[in-house]
Design a protein around this ligand. Sequence first.
Ligand code: HPA
Length: 290
Amino acid sequence: MADWWDSIPAKQEEMAVAVEEAAAILDECIRERFGSARPVAAVTMGSGLGGLAEEFDDPLLVSYESVPGWPPPTVVGHAGEAVLGTLDGAPAIGISGRVHLYEGGDPARTVFYVRVLDALGVPALFLSNAAGAIREGFHPGELMLITDHINLTGRSPLFGPIFGDEPRFPDMSVAYDRELRAAVAQKAAELGIPLHQGVYVAVHGPSYETPAEIRMLRTIGADAVGMSTVPEVIAARAAGLRCVAVSCLTNYAAGVTDQPLDHEEVLATTKIVQADFQRLVAASVATLAG
Ligand code: HPA
Protein backbone atom coordinates (compact mmCIF):
# COMPACT_ATOMS: atom_id res chain seq x y z
CA MET A 1 0.00 0.00 0.00
CA ALA A 2 1.38 3.40 -0.95
CA ASP A 3 2.36 5.69 1.88
CA TRP A 4 0.00 8.73 2.08
CA TRP A 5 3.04 10.96 1.63
CA ASP A 6 3.69 9.47 -1.81
CA SER A 7 0.50 10.97 -3.19
CA ILE A 8 1.54 14.57 -2.44
CA PRO A 9 4.16 15.02 -5.20
CA ALA A 10 1.71 13.37 -7.61
CA LYS A 11 -0.92 15.93 -6.60
CA GLN A 12 1.59 18.72 -7.15
CA GLU A 13 2.33 17.43 -10.61
CA GLU A 14 -1.37 17.23 -11.41
CA MET A 15 -1.77 20.79 -10.22
CA ALA A 16 1.14 21.99 -12.35
CA VAL A 17 -0.49 20.39 -15.40
CA ALA A 18 -3.87 21.95 -14.52
CA VAL A 19 -2.27 25.40 -14.13
CA GLU A 20 -0.56 25.08 -17.52
CA GLU A 21 -3.77 23.95 -19.19
CA ALA A 22 -5.80 26.76 -17.64
CA ALA A 23 -3.13 29.29 -18.65
CA ALA A 24 -3.18 28.01 -22.24
CA ILE A 25 -6.96 28.46 -22.45
CA LEU A 26 -6.83 31.96 -20.97
CA ASP A 27 -3.87 32.86 -23.15
CA GLU A 28 -6.00 32.22 -26.23
CA CYS A 29 -8.74 34.44 -24.80
CA ILE A 30 -6.15 37.15 -24.03
CA ARG A 31 -4.95 37.06 -27.64
CA GLU A 32 -8.52 37.21 -28.88
CA ARG A 33 -9.33 40.22 -26.70
CA PHE A 34 -6.05 42.15 -26.62
CA GLY A 35 -4.17 41.04 -29.74
CA SER A 36 -0.46 41.38 -29.05
CA ALA A 37 -0.92 43.52 -25.90
CA ARG A 38 -0.60 41.80 -22.52
CA PRO A 39 -2.57 42.47 -19.32
CA VAL A 40 -0.71 44.84 -17.00
CA ALA A 41 -2.51 43.53 -13.93
CA ALA A 42 -5.22 41.30 -12.58
CA VAL A 43 -7.83 42.57 -10.17
CA THR A 44 -9.46 40.27 -7.63
CA MET A 45 -12.93 41.42 -6.69
CA GLY A 46 -13.93 40.85 -3.08
CA SER A 47 -17.37 40.07 -1.65
CA GLY A 48 -19.92 42.47 -3.07
CA LEU A 49 -17.28 44.26 -5.13
CA GLY A 50 -17.96 42.37 -8.37
CA GLY A 51 -19.56 45.52 -9.81
CA LEU A 52 -16.03 46.42 -10.86
CA ALA A 53 -16.56 44.01 -13.75
CA GLU A 54 -18.76 46.72 -15.30
CA GLU A 55 -15.80 49.13 -15.40
CA PHE A 56 -14.02 46.91 -17.94
CA ASP A 57 -14.47 48.16 -21.50
CA ASP A 58 -15.55 45.60 -24.12
CA PRO A 59 -15.19 42.71 -21.69
CA LEU A 60 -14.65 39.17 -22.84
CA LEU A 61 -16.09 36.98 -20.08
CA VAL A 62 -14.50 33.62 -19.43
CA SER A 63 -16.55 31.45 -17.09
CA TYR A 64 -14.46 29.44 -14.64
CA GLU A 65 -16.54 26.46 -15.75
CA SER A 66 -14.95 26.67 -19.18
CA VAL A 67 -11.46 26.38 -17.66
CA PRO A 68 -10.82 22.84 -16.41
CA GLY A 69 -9.34 22.74 -12.92
CA TRP A 70 -10.47 26.27 -11.96
CA PRO A 71 -12.37 25.88 -8.65
CA PRO A 72 -15.82 27.51 -8.67
CA PRO A 73 -16.66 29.91 -5.81
CA THR A 74 -19.57 28.91 -3.57
CA VAL A 75 -20.26 32.15 -1.67
CA VAL A 76 -23.16 34.53 -2.32
CA GLY A 77 -21.81 37.77 -3.76
CA HIS A 78 -19.10 36.05 -5.78
CA ALA A 79 -19.54 35.35 -9.49
CA GLY A 80 -17.29 32.86 -11.23
CA GLU A 81 -15.63 34.39 -14.23
CA ALA A 82 -12.51 36.05 -15.50
CA VAL A 83 -13.16 39.41 -17.15
CA LEU A 84 -10.78 40.40 -19.95
CA GLY A 85 -11.02 44.06 -20.85
CA THR A 86 -9.47 47.48 -20.45
CA LEU A 87 -9.66 49.67 -17.35
CA ASP A 88 -9.17 53.31 -18.34
CA GLY A 89 -7.38 51.99 -21.42
CA ALA A 90 -5.12 49.50 -19.63
CA PRO A 91 -5.49 45.81 -20.53
CA ALA A 92 -6.39 43.89 -17.37
CA ILE A 93 -7.96 40.69 -16.10
CA GLY A 94 -10.75 40.83 -13.55
CA ILE A 95 -11.06 37.87 -11.22
CA SER A 96 -14.74 37.92 -10.37
CA GLY A 97 -15.19 35.35 -7.65
CA ARG A 98 -12.58 33.70 -5.47
CA VAL A 99 -12.47 30.54 -3.36
CA HIS A 100 -11.84 31.04 0.35
CA LEU A 101 -10.01 28.66 2.65
CA TYR A 102 -13.22 27.99 4.57
CA GLU A 103 -14.89 26.60 1.46
CA GLY A 104 -12.84 23.46 2.02
CA GLY A 105 -10.11 21.45 0.42
CA ASP A 106 -6.48 22.26 -0.01
CA PRO A 107 -5.36 25.93 0.28
CA ALA A 108 -3.86 25.40 -3.19
CA ARG A 109 -7.44 25.71 -4.51
CA THR A 110 -7.57 29.26 -3.17
CA VAL A 111 -4.43 30.29 -5.05
CA PHE A 112 -4.99 28.31 -8.24
CA TYR A 113 -5.81 31.49 -10.14
CA VAL A 114 -2.69 33.25 -8.85
CA ARG A 115 -0.54 30.49 -10.27
CA VAL A 116 -2.41 30.73 -13.58
CA LEU A 117 -1.77 34.50 -13.64
CA ASP A 118 1.90 33.84 -13.01
CA ALA A 119 2.01 31.28 -15.83
CA LEU A 120 0.47 33.97 -18.09
CA GLY A 121 3.19 36.45 -17.13
CA VAL A 122 0.79 38.91 -15.45
CA PRO A 123 3.13 41.16 -13.45
CA ALA A 124 0.84 42.63 -10.79
CA LEU A 125 -2.13 41.64 -8.68
CA PHE A 126 -4.58 44.16 -7.24
CA LEU A 127 -6.69 42.47 -4.57
CA SER A 128 -9.78 43.65 -2.79
CA ASN A 129 -11.88 42.30 0.03
CA ALA A 130 -14.62 43.05 2.49
CA ALA A 131 -13.32 43.44 6.03
CA GLY A 132 -14.41 44.24 9.55
CA ALA A 133 -13.11 47.51 11.02
CA ILE A 134 -11.07 47.03 14.19
CA ARG A 135 -9.10 50.25 14.59
CA GLU A 136 -10.69 53.16 16.38
CA GLY A 137 -11.60 55.83 13.83
CA PHE A 138 -12.16 53.28 11.05
CA HIS A 139 -15.80 53.00 10.01
CA PRO A 140 -18.01 50.88 7.73
CA GLY A 141 -18.22 52.36 4.26
CA GLU A 142 -14.55 53.41 4.24
CA LEU A 143 -11.63 52.01 2.27
CA MET A 144 -8.28 50.85 3.68
CA LEU A 145 -5.09 50.35 1.71
CA ILE A 146 -3.36 47.28 3.16
CA THR A 147 0.18 48.09 4.26
CA ASP A 148 0.96 44.66 5.70
CA HIS A 149 -0.81 41.56 6.94
CA ILE A 150 -0.92 39.03 9.73
CA ASN A 151 -1.68 35.47 8.67
CA LEU A 152 -3.80 33.89 11.39
CA THR A 153 -5.53 31.42 9.09
CA GLY A 154 -3.35 28.60 10.37
CA ARG A 155 -2.83 27.59 6.74
CA SER A 156 -0.37 28.33 3.98
CA PRO A 157 -0.90 27.78 0.26
CA LEU A 158 2.78 26.83 0.06
CA PHE A 159 2.43 23.88 2.45
CA GLY A 160 3.86 20.69 0.97
CA PRO A 161 6.40 20.14 -1.78
CA ILE A 162 7.70 23.25 -3.55
CA PHE A 163 5.54 24.31 -6.51
CA GLY A 164 7.42 25.14 -9.72
CA ASP A 165 10.18 27.73 -9.29
CA GLU A 166 8.83 29.07 -6.01
CA PRO A 167 11.38 29.59 -3.25
CA ARG A 168 10.99 27.35 -0.21
CA PHE A 169 11.03 30.36 2.14
CA PRO A 170 9.63 33.40 0.29
CA ASP A 171 10.48 36.82 1.68
CA MET A 172 7.42 38.65 2.98
CA SER A 173 9.13 41.76 4.37
CA VAL A 174 7.46 43.96 1.74
CA ALA A 175 4.46 41.88 0.70
CA TYR A 176 2.51 44.91 -0.52
CA ASP A 177 4.55 46.72 -3.13
CA ARG A 178 5.69 50.19 -2.00
CA GLU A 179 5.43 51.78 -5.44
CA LEU A 180 1.99 50.37 -6.12
CA ARG A 181 0.78 51.46 -2.70
CA ALA A 182 2.06 54.98 -3.34
CA ALA A 183 0.35 55.01 -6.75
CA VAL A 184 -2.99 53.95 -5.26
CA ALA A 185 -2.70 56.47 -2.40
CA GLN A 186 -1.92 59.22 -4.89
CA LYS A 187 -4.87 58.29 -7.11
CA ALA A 188 -7.17 58.27 -4.09
CA ALA A 189 -5.98 61.77 -3.17
CA GLU A 190 -6.44 63.00 -6.76
CA LEU A 191 -9.97 61.57 -6.88
CA GLY A 192 -10.85 62.89 -3.43
CA ILE A 193 -11.52 59.38 -2.11
CA PRO A 194 -10.65 58.97 1.58
CA LEU A 195 -8.29 56.02 2.02
CA HIS A 196 -7.08 54.70 5.36
CA GLN A 197 -3.91 52.65 5.59
CA GLY A 198 -3.50 49.71 7.90
CA VAL A 199 -2.74 46.10 8.72
CA TYR A 200 -5.13 43.37 7.59
CA VAL A 201 -5.38 40.20 9.62
CA ALA A 202 -6.64 37.10 7.83
CA VAL A 203 -8.54 34.51 9.84
CA HIS A 204 -9.81 31.17 8.61
CA GLY A 205 -13.55 31.62 9.19
CA PRO A 206 -16.29 31.00 8.27
CA SER A 207 -17.68 32.03 11.66
CA TYR A 208 -17.13 35.68 12.44
CA GLU A 209 -14.85 36.48 15.37
CA THR A 210 -15.83 36.75 19.01
CA PRO A 211 -15.37 40.10 20.80
CA ALA A 212 -12.49 38.51 22.76
CA GLU A 213 -10.79 37.53 19.52
CA ILE A 214 -11.20 41.06 18.17
CA ARG A 215 -9.62 42.48 21.36
CA MET A 216 -6.70 40.10 20.81
CA LEU A 217 -6.41 41.07 17.14
CA ARG A 218 -6.36 44.77 18.03
CA THR A 219 -3.64 44.11 20.60
CA ILE A 220 -1.42 42.32 18.10
CA GLY A 221 -1.63 45.20 15.63
CA ALA A 222 -4.55 44.46 13.32
CA ASP A 223 -6.62 47.33 11.91
CA ALA A 224 -9.09 45.25 9.88
CA VAL A 225 -10.06 41.58 9.75
CA GLY A 226 -11.19 39.31 6.95
CA MET A 227 -11.13 35.79 5.57
CA SER A 228 -9.29 36.19 2.28
CA THR A 229 -6.45 37.88 0.39
CA VAL A 230 -3.51 36.67 2.48
CA PRO A 231 -3.20 33.19 0.91
CA GLU A 232 -3.22 34.79 -2.53
CA VAL A 233 -0.61 37.39 -1.56
CA ILE A 234 1.64 34.66 -0.15
CA ALA A 235 1.39 32.66 -3.39
CA ALA A 236 1.78 35.79 -5.51
CA ARG A 237 4.92 36.89 -3.68
CA ALA A 238 6.34 33.37 -3.94
CA ALA A 239 5.76 33.59 -7.70
CA GLY A 240 7.18 37.13 -7.91
CA LEU A 241 3.98 39.06 -8.71
CA ARG A 242 3.77 42.57 -7.27
CA CYS A 243 0.77 42.98 -4.96
CA VAL A 244 -1.42 45.78 -3.76
CA ALA A 245 -4.70 45.41 -1.87
CA VAL A 246 -7.62 47.47 -0.67
CA SER A 247 -10.15 46.50 2.02
CA CYS A 248 -13.68 47.76 1.92
CA LEU A 249 -14.63 48.14 5.58
CA THR A 250 -18.13 46.72 5.66
CA ASN A 251 -18.90 46.48 9.37
CA TYR A 252 -17.49 47.14 12.81
CA ALA A 253 -15.66 44.00 13.94
CA ALA A 254 -17.42 41.90 16.59
CA GLY A 255 -17.81 43.64 19.93
CA VAL A 256 -16.85 47.10 18.64
CA THR A 257 -20.59 47.85 18.77
CA ASP A 258 -23.55 45.79 20.02
CA GLN A 259 -24.60 44.95 16.46
CA PRO A 260 -24.55 41.27 15.45
CA LEU A 261 -22.63 40.58 12.23
CA ASP A 262 -24.15 39.18 9.09
CA HIS A 263 -23.18 38.71 5.46
CA GLU A 264 -26.19 40.70 4.20
CA GLU A 265 -24.88 43.76 6.04
CA VAL A 266 -21.46 43.18 4.51
CA LEU A 267 -22.94 43.09 1.01
CA ALA A 268 -25.18 46.12 1.69
CA THR A 269 -22.20 48.24 2.79
CA THR A 270 -20.14 47.30 -0.26
CA LYS A 271 -22.95 48.79 -2.39
CA ILE A 272 -22.45 52.16 -0.67
CA VAL A 273 -18.70 52.28 -1.22
CA GLN A 274 -18.66 50.45 -4.54
CA ALA A 275 -18.60 53.56 -6.77
CA ASP A 276 -15.50 55.00 -5.02
CA PHE A 277 -13.85 51.61 -4.97
CA GLN A 278 -14.43 51.10 -8.70
CA ARG A 279 -13.11 54.53 -9.66
CA LEU A 280 -10.04 54.05 -7.51
CA VAL A 281 -9.18 50.62 -8.88
CA ALA A 282 -9.76 51.55 -12.53
CA ALA A 283 -7.61 54.67 -12.24
CA SER A 284 -4.87 52.86 -10.28
CA VAL A 285 -4.60 49.97 -12.72
CA ALA A 286 -4.21 52.46 -15.58
CA THR A 287 -1.10 53.85 -13.86
CA LEU A 288 0.45 50.38 -14.02
CA ALA A 289 0.35 50.57 -17.81
CA GLY A 290 3.06 53.24 -17.48
N1 HPA B 1 -14.70 39.47 10.08
C1 HPA B 1 -14.19 38.61 9.18
N2 HPA B 1 -14.40 38.72 7.87
C2 HPA B 1 -15.15 39.74 7.44
C3 HPA B 1 -15.71 40.68 8.32
C4 HPA B 1 -15.48 40.52 9.72
O1 HPA B 1 -15.95 41.31 10.57
N3 HPA B 1 -16.41 41.57 7.56
C5 HPA B 1 -16.26 41.19 6.27
N4 HPA B 1 -15.48 40.09 6.19
